[in-house]
Design a protein around this ligand. Sequence first.
Ligand code: NAD
Ligand code: DAU
Length: 331
Amino acid sequence: MRILVTGGAGFIGSNFVHNVVRERPEVRVTVLDALTYAGSRSSLSTVNNSISFVEGDIVDADLVNGLVSEADAVVHFAAESHNDNSLADPSPFLQTNIIGTYTLLQAVREHDVRYHHVSTDEVYGDLALNDPSKFTEFTPYNPSSPYSATKAASDMLVRAWVRSYGVRATLSNCSNNYGPYQHIEKFIPRQITNILTGARPKLYGAGKNVRDWIHVEDHNAAVWRILESGEIGRTYLIGADGELDNLFVVRMILELMDKDPDDFDHVTDRAGHDLRYAIDSSMLRNELGWQPRYDDFRAGLQATIDWYRDNPTWWENDKSAVESRYQTQGA
Ligand code: NAD
Ligand code: DAU
């Protein structure tokens, strides 16, 4: 089997590539990645000899067409992925997330290649903090930010290409991932690297917003299961029952790093900040037999802290640029 992995130099994509190389040596992997600020060749350094790497843009139709024609399946991770950046400048989000997905869909349609579309629970908007319900595959789309609106648009394109052109696609919408190789602009690695560089963690608003955390390995195991056994045209929600509020997570990071749990700053809240995400993944569990394996968040967080402590060269060159960008946003 030959798979084309878009965004394979990013957080989730690089973990996916590591996993495929480790667990399925018979699979030939080609990574297509534009190496934006969020992508790094060093995230693939340990698997360099086992994969092909192509630096390029998913909006480039000729390049995409050629690579798709040589693949049996495409797993599409590439995206502009950060909500705060989308609020500051939505334009690359429209290009990559919408036009990039359109470009891939046209290519898989032409070459009749199996396609899996990696998306987010944010397409459903948010839930109230005191609402006992969770997102399901039937929750209406209601995205809040430019990022989530472009992901919602890309999901709709996939559904239309399945119905109108018979494209063999599946979709998955996952909650917040954590683990190694996550860009330090994101919540958990930002706080860990703040502490490692002698700065205080930064909490948006009161920290009551809830995210449904899942380890990146569990997300990727689910993606592989859907690629192998998912029903064409179907959407699967991926989540591991990991609801925690941001204040709790910041305090746990501080405690695991031997700091005072109150040693953080409250900063300006995100505009339109989604209150709560929560995933009901029973369809994926019951129909495809997937189960999360990383069920101890504290242990997973400790391992993630250790990874950033042990790999400063992976992130330290980006730190001052990330923090200056946040400073201009008052965050
Ligand atoms: P990331 O920002 O860490 O990585 C994105 C990768 O895509 C980078 O390597 C970047 O260089 C590449 N890329 C960006 N624009 C490109 C373009 N035009 N052409 C080719 N490559 C391009 O993102 P991530 O957190 O790994 O997210 C991967 C996917 O998973 C995204 O589709 C995201 O919406 C989805 N997702 C993320 C999470 C999460 O918690 N991080 C949760 C659910 C779904
Ligand atoms: O739910 C899935 C989504 O999870 C993915 O689609 C996105 O690609 C991914 O970035 C993530 O989106 P969030 O906006 O939830 O993640 P982020 O890491 O940016 O923020 C997590 C929470 O922490 C959110 O409530 C905002 C808050 N936050 C974030 C940062 C960067 C802080 O309190 N302080 C911070 O410094």
